[in-house]
Write a protein that binds this ligand. Structure first.
Ligand code: 5RP
Length: 231
């Protein structure tokens, strides 16, 4: 099975968790796109759900496929969010934000009773950090925010290479108008402490560590979809 086939199988398996009448958060990325497509097929057959998208990209796909869309303003509590991830570890902690949607993804997932991550098996890691950690920052004073991120890393005896994310040669702009600094760390032995230290830096809007938000991972493998549940 290719990684994309594993992503699709995990996305289809997530449909089992969706009941009629549910308010559903829609993630962002290629795996989430498989879920949006599968859910839209079901909705066209008469299955009633209302969805909140985590990015313009997911909103547009869901709209085009005819899913009923609402907003967190109208529906501030959701039943479930289904989203992909860049990495997950054995404690169900995640790195997200490879697609740049981490802020809205975290707001939506944390407004849901539970979050299901759908992923191919390459996303499972022993220790988070192989994937560069996206940190969403206010564009004002981006270099001043950067040295405070470096200082936070030093407190934890970590070293990171910070790179301002670019798109077509210009700074990447998130759906909320912010920039992203990708921080290559290598291994993050204590994601909770890093979460705490990054969250208090002025100028850091949010970061891609999702701590204690995800409860279920559906992981596509060559042998089928494995369900991993947090105790
Ligand atoms: C977007 C994300 C995505 O969930 C993550 O990047 C995984 O992407 P894909 O499903 O394409 O592998 O966090 O901000």
């Amino acid at each position: 099975m290719t990684a994309d086939q594993q992503k699709k199988a995990a996305a289809v398996a997530a449909l089992d968790y969706i009941q009629p009448g549910m308010k559903v958060g829609l993630g962002t990325g290629s795996t989430a796109n498989h879920f949006i497509t599968a859910l839209a097929d079901k909705a066209r057959a008469g299955f009633d759900v209302e969805c909140v998208a985590t990015s313009k990209q997911s909103f547009e796909l869901a709209r085009r496929l005819g899913l009923k869309l609402t907003t967190l303003e109208q529906q501030p509590r959701l039943h479930v969010t289904v989203d992909g991830a860049d990495e997950f570890d054995g404690n169900f902690q995640l790195i997200k934000g490879g697609g740049g949607a981490l802020l809205l993804e975290k707001i939506v997932a944390s407004s849901s009773r539970f979050m299901i991550v759908i992923a191919d098996q390459s996303k499972k890691v022993e220790t988070l950090g192989k994937f560069p950690l996206p940190v969403e920052v206010v564009p004002f004073g981006v270099n001043a925010t950067a040295w405070k991120i470096e200082r936070a890393l030093r407190i934890l005896n970590l070293q990171g290479k910070l790179v301002l994310r670019l798109k077509e040669g210009k700074p990447f702009v998130t759906d909320s108008g912010n920039a992203i600094i990708d921080v290559s760390i290598g291994a993050i032995p204590d994601p909770n402490r890093l979460d705490n230290l990054l969250s208090i830096i002025p100028g850091v809007v949010d970061h891609g560590l999702f701590i204690d938000i995800c409860g279920i991972v559906l992981m596509g493998t060559d042998e089928g979809v494995r369900t991993l549940r947090k105790e």
